[in-house]
Design a binder for this molecule. Sequence first.
Ligand SMILES: Cc1cc2nc3c(=O)[nH]c(=O)nc-3n(C[C@H](O)[C@H](O)[C@H](O)COP(=O)(O)O)c2cc1C
Length: 168
Amino acid sequence: MDIFDVIKTRRSIRKFKKEVPPEEVIKRCIETALYAPSAKNSQPWYFIIVKDKGKIKELSKAQPFTKFLEGAPYVIVALADEKKSNHWLEDMGCAIMALLLEAHSLGLGACWGAIYHPENRERENYVREVLDIPENLRIIACIGIGYPDEIPSPKKVKSLDEAIIKIV
Ligand SMILES: Cc1cc2nc3c(=O)[nH]c(=O)nc-3n(C[C@H](O)[C@H](O)[C@H](O)COP(=O)(O)O)c2cc1C
């Protein structure tokens, strides 16, 4: 698949096969994320790979929309050192997108489970306690990843005419 096809055919996957992908493949997705752009090339990202079923179950309870994590063979927790970048949140969006695209290109399925919340740190505090994550790291997302066990339909997106509001 060329990059355009990878981007166009990626969908969020929330159902996973029982078969566990090799750890190397999960690491490769993280390795790709390391090449994402970041403000001043600050690269504020860190990751935790969670494969312990008990811990995954605990993470799935972080908020109602992370329940799908329970069926994932791996959860990748995406973390940011907020002291390293004034734009750590945007930086993390770039990194996680790269990770999701690499996962899709390798035949894996993945979905972002939101942990960071702009108004409160409840979910972050919960995940911090589950995984004993140091205070200097903000917790952005718990990404469920594994072999896909669902085939979502192609996505309807805005037309180009709708998206480009002006050419000046
Ligand atoms: C910042 C962000 C937070 C998200 N949080 C969740 C979440 O907590 N739970 C979930 O099931 N999906 C979550 N998603 C996935 C979105 O629901 C999904 O990307 C969106 O519906 C578009 O579908 P697609 O990924 O298949 O293109 C999140 C996506 C983003 C970018």
